[in-house]
Design a protein around this ligand. Structure first.
Ligand SMILES: [Zn+2]
Length: 156
């Protein structure tokens, strides 16, 4: 069964199309995401939805640990950068590492916002705002959906 029939209708991967510098490593098709995630997770992570304020699992959590991408498990944030923004979503003043998230200019809903996505699997996490006056080292607020994250408590 080594011969793969070439019908010509399939689009073969174009060699050289992968831009070298570490693109998303956890790509799945949307069908695969639909199977891997709950409907609500899918709506937020893959369709850039937003959970309702004060309804998520982690907006008021103070447990020490790291926050992973719920879709792919990449480590994105830690409890050290989490702060009480009282906005109803988990808020961080910085990601775990500069390259753990990517940014997309989002002009939907008549607003000018910066969307935050997981750099590993390109799933939607939330938005980042700055200059709001929070007493944090960066004055940035990564406003992230609880459902996009999974808290892994530290400790042995
Ligand atoms: Zn991810």
């Amino acid at each position: 069964m080594e011969n793969t029939p070439r019908s010509g209708s399939e689009s073969a991967p174009v060699s050289g199309s992968t831009s070298g510098s570490g693109g998303p490593t956890a790509r799945r098709t949307e069908d695969e995401w639909r199977e891997a995630l709950t409907p609500e997770e899918y709506r937020v992570l893959r369709e850039a939805g937003t959970e309702r304020a004060y309804t998520g699992e982690y907006w008021d959590t103070h447990v020490e640990g790291s926050y992973q991408c719920r879709a792919c498990g990449a480590e994105l944030f830690t409890s050290r950068e989490k702060f009480d923004s009282h906005c109803g979503w988990p808020s961080f003043w910085a990601p775990l590492a500069k390259d753990s998230v990517v940014y997309v200019h989002d002009r939907t809903l008549g607003m000018d916002r910066i969307e935050v996505r997981c750099a590993t699997c390109d799933s939607h996490l939330g938005h980042v705002f700055e200059g709001e006056g929070y007493p944090t080292p960066t004055d940035q607020r990564y406003c992230i959906n609880s459902i996009s994250l999974r808290l892994v408590p530290s400790g042995d």
